[in-house]
Design a protein around this ligand. Sequence first.
Ligand code: WQD
Length: 348
Amino acid sequence: MKILLTGGAGYIGSHTCIALIEAGFEPVVLDNFSNSNPVVLDRLARILGRQVTLERGDVLDTPWLEQVLRRHRPMGVVHFAGDKAVGESVTNPLKYFHNNIGGAISLLQAMTRVAADGGEMGTPALVFSSSATVYGDPASVPITEDFPRSHTNTYGHTKLVIEDMLEAMQRSAPHWRIGVLRYFNPVGAHPSGLIGEDPNGTPNNLMPYVAQVAVGQRPYLNIYGGDYPTRDGTGVRDYIHVQDLAAGHVAALQRLLDSGRSFTVNLGTGTGSSVLEVVRAFEKASGRAVPYQIVPRRAGDVAECFANPALAKELLGWHAQLSLEDMCIDAWRWQSANPNGYRSDEAA
Ligand code: WQD
């Protein structure tokens, strides 16, 4: 059973690719490598002992996308493709509106045209990679799916608009099966240490930055704010192992294909960890010091954000199983084996 993964060579996509094959699906990776590395396909082949099918191109190329859908006739599509740097989205909003919303429109157009062929393609199944950022600055925690949505940056705005588009699609085509997954903070790496998070340039996110300090690539971590109303004054987030997140995608697809009922769920652990707790966990996992200095808060950050994951448990029979320690151990294995991410292979 083929599943098309747009942006499948990316961080979440590549881990989901492995989980899908282990669950008996046949993933087809679609990627233009604008924000990922072709080396990932080689690494996937090493982990799996087999090649993964690649379709190289841009989701914005609707005619090509339609050809890919007709060529592979996937039973489902997981839409990962898009840009995700919060800071960049604020300084370059048009890139995000074009790539993220335009990409989703192109995919929905291509799927609609192919669905008109009827047959098994007549009832599309789509999983969308959304984000907890659609909750903006939550009034309280833990967060449930019925919380109000808002956006504090253009990246989050695009995720919110795409969710609205999917709701409109669902109303116009009730036979579509749509699963919206709101990720909290994905971290960690596949236990092989062969694939992991490979940010371009200076990491925006905490875990890859901490890993680069631990491996000696950066002198210290800047902790954005030590005066939040949290247990130790630093920001609290719901870090979820990318392996758990990948398993959540498999469970989401299985629910869509088995039940035909659409849903929107949080994919988080339900546990919040502070920045200082992450630093201490990473020092324990790596055996390395992670020097830091506390600096003023980062614009747009919220004090606390973590999930109530009960609905995903109820609907998908899924819950996160890996701990913050597991996340740090696996992130450290990836970082220490690949100090320059996938770029070390490029040189080879
Ligand atoms: C986590 C905590 C920072 C870096 C973002 C996106 C979200 C999702 C995950 C895509 C906060 C602190 C961070 C650093 C720090 N991405 N921090 N020093 O902001 O919760 O969420 O990434 O879906 O959409 O908004 O994640 O890792 O940037 O920050 O102190 O160098 O670490 O203040 O408390 P965030 P993050």
